[in-house]
Design a protein around this ligand. Structure first.
Ligand SMILES: [Fe+2]
Ligand SMILES: [Fe+2]
Length: 169
């Protein structure tokens, strides 16, 4: 059985955010499955790394939306994100550092609690402020924090891919 079952009550009423949250739920469930099935280090490790990356992407998107909306509670929300990111990064670092036993049911339970707790708590509060806003493709890309390197081969161009896209429009 899945560790977390998506419930209607988790919806914050903003499509982009709901699909991000569903993806995070799915990643935590995949991590749980991989561990229960005795998935190899590589499988568990890659799900963990994707979880960390997507967590950062998602938090970046939320912060951008809250910024656009002029949401007054952005600073404490951002601090909450920073705290959660640090906690997830510590879990990933411990695992990547060779301590596979550090990833246990307790950690999975922690991940479940932070995600559902954060969604039902603070995410719910900003939702009404941002529900009519959207992110442009450039903003979505920027939130993904992609390091696509040097796409056009010019060594002196330090613009990010998102910057380059924004300029080309
Ligand atoms: Fe969220
Ligand atoms: Fe959030």
């Amino acid at each position: 059985m899945a560790l977390i079952t998506w419930q209607d009550s988790y919806s914050v009423g903003v499509e982009l955010i709901d699909s991000d949250h569903q993806l995070l739920v799915s990643l935590i469930n995949q991590l749980d499955d991989a561990m229960k099935e005795g998935g190899g280090r590589d499988t568990v490790g890659s799900v963990l790394n994707v979880l960390l990356e997507y967590t950062e992407t998602h938090f970046g998107r939320e912060e951008l939306l809250m910024e656009k909306a002029g949401y007054p509670e952005l600073p404490p929300h951002r601090r909450e994100h920073e705290k959660l990111t640090t906690q997830v990064r510590q879990i990933v670092d411990r695992f990547n550092g060779g301590d596979a036993s550090s990833l246990d049911a307790e950690v999975l339970d922690f991940l479940k609690t932070w995600l559902t707790g954060h969604i039902l708590g603070v995410d719910r509060k900003y939702a009404p402020f941002v529900k009519d806003l959207t992110l442009t493709p450039e903003e979505l890309l920027a939130s993904m924090n992609l390091d696509l390197g040097d796409l056009d081969g010019s060594a002196d161009d330090e613009d990010s891919f998102a910057d380059q896209l924004a300029k080309s429009n």
